[in-house]
Design a protein around this ligand. Structure first.
Ligand SMILES: [Ca+2]
Ligand SMILES: [Ca+2]
Ligand SMILES: [Ca+2]
Length: 322
């Protein structure tokens, strides 16, 4: 179910309280989801939707949804068409995966081309686990509205995976993966550097309505001249099952120069949008609410090998390609 906040209810220190309520808007905003897949079921009673990812598959600035479902139910990509309505585009984008149910999804830009990709772990048929998927979003490479599975062999048939999370372990600006498994060793998969440009953004709220960690902030990156698509990332406290991850938001921009871009941050609590400019790469910057310019610039270890260093966990490289 999707809930739209109408009023917030919380008890405040000192006894003051604020009235709160949530309204179920599932059938209004996801009509295709209810009509296409479970016409014989009340969606409120269906066992499907093991998880959901938020990602902007077409970089139009409107977050879309990808549902992963239980045994016997297809997964579903719901495109945000505005006015609070989502359309089912699973088949067009090649993201049905109805033969294998998936426990968890993770939406990140694995190759820094500027488009969110997916990592789907814990595929199972109901009787057994069958492996995993890693669909790459081709929208940034050639405008194609589809995903193609590019999963590396080491992960493809790994059984009993339960979750994955993303972190830039080797500080090269390319997100890496930590994949946990039931009854087995976890995997760390290092992204293979591909030369694409990137920018890491850390957010710091200064209140009074925005928390220091700024969880819930919406960060958008777009060209200063207004041309081209707009990337949108939402700062969350974690994703997938039993996982947490990097609080740095990573924007990839392919071969484009990051100095051509600016970022607008909509701060949680206040709802105010603030534009930051003056980026250079390869860098991780901190954007402090109310300052308008990047601060605490941290150079990456760009160029460091993705295969150096010791880890007690197994380590395998992957490279995304078509
Ligand atoms: Ca979108
Ligand atoms: Ca990508
Ligand atoms: Ca990395």
């Amino acid at each position: 179910m999707l809930f739209q906040r109408s009023v917030l209810l919380a008890t405040m220190l000192g006894g003051a309280s604020v009235l709160a309520a949530f309204v179920d808007v599932t059938e209004q905003v996801l009509p295709a989801y209810t009509q296409s897949y479970v016409p014989f079921l009340d969606i409120k009673k269906t066992p499907m939707a093991a998880g959901v990812c938020t990602l902007d598959v077409n970089n139009d600035g409107s977050p879309d949804l990808y549902f992963v479902s239980g045994p016997g139910f297809p997964n579903a990509l719901m495109l945000n068409v505005g006015s609070g309505v989502f359309h089912d585009v699973s088949e067009q984008w090649g993201l049905v995966h109805n033969e294998d149910s998936v426990l968890t999804c993770l939406a990140i830009d694995l190759d820094n081309d500027g488009c969110d990709d997916l990592v789907l772990t814990g595929a199972f048929t109901g009787d057994s686990f069958t492996g995993n998927f890693m669909p790459k979003n081709n929208y940034c490479s050639d405008g194609a509205m589809n995903f193609i599975d590019v999963i590396p062999p080491v992960l493809k048939d790994l059984p009993y995976t339960i979750s994955s999370s993303a972190y830039d372990f080797d500080h090269d600006g390319l997100l890496d993966l930590y994949v946990s498994a039931l009854g087995g060793r976890p995997l760390i998969l290092y992204g293979e550097p591909n030369g694409n440009h990137w920018l890491g953004v850390r957010l710091e709220g200064t209140g009074p309505k925005t928390s220091h960690q700024a969880i819930g902030a919406v960060a958008q990156l777009s060209r200063k001249d207004g041309s081209g698509p707009k990337q949108t990332l939402i700062l969350s406290a974690g994703s997938a099952a039993m996982s947490t991850e990097e609080k740095t938001l990573f924007f990839g921009m392919g071969s484009s120069d990051v100095s051509d871009y600016e970022s607008s941050i909509t701060w949680p609590g206040s709802g105010e949008t603030e534009v930051f400019d003056g980026f250079s790469e390869p860098k991780i910057v901190t954007l402090v609410q109310g300052t308008g310019v990047p601060s605490s610039v941290e150079a990456s270890r760009s160029g460091s090998s993705s295969t150096t260093g010791e880890t007690p966990l197994s380590k395998n490289n992957f490279m995304l390609h078509r």
